[in-house]
Design a binder for this molecule. Structure first.
Ligand code: TLP
Length: 346
């Protein structure tokens, strides 16, 4: 069966142009800094985000981990939202591997953190307390429904961080979705953070990889950290080549995914038993509720039997993500199937 796979934009496959570029990539040993394709990708990523340097890592999880291990020593503290991907879905890696303490403040529904909450969470200099080092933001915010944060929404956090001598790290797994949705350059968003992790392997459709972007001295240290977690790569130009195509060719088309997500949300809003406000959908993530008496796992299972894959993101909450390879026709077909399944269950 041909599935309409809306579980995530991570399911995207490399484009024919990426495969061609991978085949032709010039390579060298990247641990020696001798992979020309990788060097080019890292320069491009830094330039796109307006940072001095960049470092390729294999995943978003590794990007956040290596960044935070580089910012912090054992016993230091990071402030982040209670719905942050790094807090919820990264195995608590910063604590497990880095002995770093995480302090959460509530994420507001628009994905932001209340500046007052953040400032109140910063530890005073006192023998009893861990030392606060970093504030983390996420843009777009996944669990808050893919909302993009504007630079203006991020600025108060940057200002607080600067005043207290802290760093801001941005989980920008989908920073280009945010930039496209807001009609601005990704570097305008990145300017509100010291270090940024961005993913090539989500909406941009590359098979593997993320980049950490930041100041040159930070990236030099991060390169050491990446090595100790086993992330030093050899002829990595093969995968960098696909990420170069992702940056050059796959950013502007994200607008199409956002349009499809909006169409999906509008359709879902018309289906009895489902709850969603279509105006809340700004990028490629569509989070919707199912009526209390309907088990979300049952909806997921029945949809999968009929060829539509979606994910569960919380009790009574499902997530559908649009991406390269999902067409407007797929959205129309998915809506017919979802309507049919909900009719059986409500
Ligand atoms: N998110 C995945 C799952 O882990 C939930 C998804 O399908 O959305 N930051 C953010 C904001 C993310 O959404 C993700 C992946 C990551 C980091 C981690 O990236 P990877 O999967 O490359 O380690």
């Amino acid at each position: 069966m041909e599935f309409i796979d809306l579980r995530s934009d991570t399911v995207t496959k490399p484009t024919p142009e990426m495969r061609e570029a991978m085949y032709r990539a010039e390579v060298g040993d990247d641990v020696y800094g001798e992979d020309p394709t990788m060097n080019r990708l890292e320069e491009m990523a830094a330039e796109r985000l307006g940072k001095e340097a960049a470092l390729f890592v294999v995943s978003g999880t590794m990007g956040n981990l290596v960044s935070l291990l580089t910012h912090c020593g054992r016993g230091d503290e990071i402030i982040m939202g209670d719905k942050a991907h790094t807090f919820l879905y990264e195995q608590g890696g910063v604590s497990a591997l880095g002995g770093i303490h995480v302090r959460t403040v509530p994420n507001l529904p628009d994905g932001t953190l209340d500046p007052q909450d953040v400032e109140a969470a910063i530890r005073p200099d006192n023998l009893h307390f861990p030392r606060t080092r970093v504030i983390c933001l996420e843009n777009t915010h996944n669990v808050c429904g893919g909302v993009p944060l504007t630079p203006q929404q991020m600025a108060p956090i940057k200002e607080i961080a600067e005043r207290h001598g802290l760093a801001v790290h941005l989980d920008g797994a989908r920073i280009f979705n945010a930039a496209v949705a807001l009609g601005i350059e990704a570097k305008e968003i990145a300017a509100q953070a010291d270090t940024v992790q961005l993913c090539f392997s989500k909406g941009l459709s590359a098979p593997i990889g993320s980049a950490i972007c930041g100041p040159a001295d930070f990236i030099r240290e991060a390169r050491r950290t990446r090595k100790v977690v086993g992330g030093g790569m050899r002829q990595a130009g093969v995968i960098a080549a696909a990420a170069i195509v992702a940056l050059e060719k796959m950013v502007d088309r994200l607008a199409e995914d956002h349009e499809n997500a909006h169409l999906l949300a509008e359709g879902l809003a018309e289906i009895p038993g489902l709850k969603i406000d279509p105006s809340s959908v700004k990028t490629n993530i569509v989070i919707f509720g199912v009526q209390a008496q309907v088990a979300e796992q049952e909806v997921v299972a029945r949809l999968a039997e009929r060829g539509v894959k979606v994910g569960v993101i919380g009790p009574g909450r499902l997530r559908a993500v649009t991406h390269y390879g999902i067409t407007r026709q797929d959205i129309d077909r998915a809506l017919v199937i979802i309507r049919g399944v909900m009719k059986e269950l409500v």
